[in-house]
Design a protein around this ligand. Structure first.
Ligand code: S3P
Length: 428
């Protein structure tokens, strides 16, 4: 049990560089592994999830070294991975699992994937079904882990995705690299495009049509190792953006944060809510990055629906927190994907927010929150539900009450942000 810091007298102040982006760190290892030559990733995220990816690829015969946050991957090419005798342990990481399923579907050996209790409850047919349409042979355990992938020769597809998910899209892209002909994938809504951008940087041929939804993947590329600096994770920066917006008297600067448009939904939402955020960015060759300065502000309520969800999917617990202090009723709908994250995040947020006396109503696909009602602590013992983002949003919510709260399962932050509480302390 961790005792959380309560309302800081003078707000949050200072400058911080958040750890590297989780999505980009995973993909850096994967694309580095299937490239020829060396890939160097600086500011790599050394959290439990990304270390699951690193260990899995070592087990698949890829030499990988790590010194602090610098990772060197000695690529083995698209056809150089080796079978692992032991099952690959995906830990808590949905991204590792889904993307590796796509990659291993076309490799000439069998692999079994296992994971922790939370990951073993998450749906995997969303990946195995479309991969089966490409000729993959994947057995799930009732749609879940453990999963066994018997590598097969894959054929091209023209596939319409059934869920707005970058993980599913990326799995299909990695499978399509191994097919016989070009594949076309069509998304329901645009989702994070790191795989597409990085694949291009590594020498692959992938194009997105002007509708932003239809992707064509050329098979059998000769990928070349790259050196890249991983931008700060917008999804980690988001906790401090929210804290500084809500705690009166705050002013902080977050340096070198990834500003890819498919990830900056929270910036747009804060703008609409009347938040005070300024962005300073310089053009880059790769992923856009910039410095964010956030000052506290009085916030207006917000109404967000399906089309806005993918760009803010991991930040929705924070949108709920912003709404819980806004001057009116906010509605978040079209977010049913939250129910299949590390925990059912809709249910977890409603349960934990109610302990703080927040006026929140659960919807099948989101919540309605009245931020005008004053909070009152009903139960000071909150629970992370074994979910890093729920643990961290509670860490921020605690700054808005004037008595110390207790958090069960605080070490869940190791999944995406092991230094979260230390970094928060630096700003207090
Ligand atoms: C991720 C995509 C998102 C996100 C997850 C990371 C990725 O999941 O929630 O934290 O790296 O592709 P979905 O694409 O399944 O929504």
């Amino acid at each position: 049990m961790r005792t959380l810091k309560s309302q800081p007298a003078k707000g949050l102040h200072g400058e911080l560089t958040v750890p590297g982006d989780k999505s980009i760190s995973h993909r850096g290892i994967m694309l580095g592994a299937i490239s020829e030559g060396t890939t160097t990733l600086t500011h790599f995220l050394t959290s439990a999830d990304c270390l699951s990816t690193l260990a899995a690829f070592q087990q698949l015969g890829v030499p990988i070294e790590r010194e602090g946050t610098t990772v060197t991957v000695h690529g083995v090419g698209l056809h150089g991975l080796k079978a692992s005798e032991e099952p690959l342990d995906m830990g808590n990481s949905g991204t590792t699992t889904r993307l590796i399923m796509g990659l291993l579907a076309g490799q000439p050996f069998s692999t079994t994937l296992i994971g922790d209790a939370s990951l073993s409850k998450r749906p995997m047919r969303r990946v195995s079904d479309p991969l089966a349409a490409m000729g993959a042979d994947i057995t799930t355990t009732d749609g879940h882990l453990p999963v066994t992938i018997n590598g097969e020769k894959l054929h091209a597809v023209d596939y319409q995705l059934k869920v707005a998910s970058a993980q599913v899209k990326s799995a299909l892209i990695l499978a399509a690299l191994q097919a016989d002909e070009p594949s076309t994938l069509t998304e329901l809504l645009p989702t994070r495009d790191h795989t597409e951008r990085m694949l291009t940087a590594f020498g692959g041929e992938i194009t997105t049509a002007s509708d932003g939804l239809t992707i064509t993947v050329q098979p059998q590329p000769q990928l070349k190792g790259q050196s890249m600096t991983v931008p700060g994770d917008m999804s980690s920066a988001a906790f401090f953006m929210t804290a500084a917006s809500l705690v009166p008297g705050s002013q902080i600067t977050l340096k070198d944060v990834g500003l890819n448009k498919t990830r900056t939904g929270l910036l747009d939402i804060l703008n609409v809510m009347g938040g005070d955020v300024s962005v300073e960015s310089e053009p880059t060759d790769g992923e856009p990055i910039g410095d964010l300065t956030i000052r506290s502000a009085n916030l207006k309520p917000i109404d967000i629906g399906k089309a806005q969800i993918p760009a803010v999917i991991d930040e929705l617990p924070l949108v709920a927190l912003l709404a819980a202090k806004a001057d009116g009723i906010s509605r978040i709908t079209g977010a049913e994907e939250l129910r299949v994250k590390e925990t059912d995040r809709i249910s977890a947020i409603v349960t934990e927010f109610k302990k703080l006396g927040i006026d929140i109503e659960e919807l099948p696909d989101g919540f309605v929150i009245d931020g005008r009602k004053p909070w009152h602590v009903v139960d000071p013992v909150l629970d992370a539900h074994d979910d890093h983002r729920i643990g961290m949003v509670i860490g921020i919510a605690a700054l808005l009450v004037d008595q110390p709260l207790q958090l069960k399962g605080a070490d869940s932050v190791r999944i995406s942000y092991p230094e979260f509480f230390d970094d928060l302390d630096k700003l207090l």
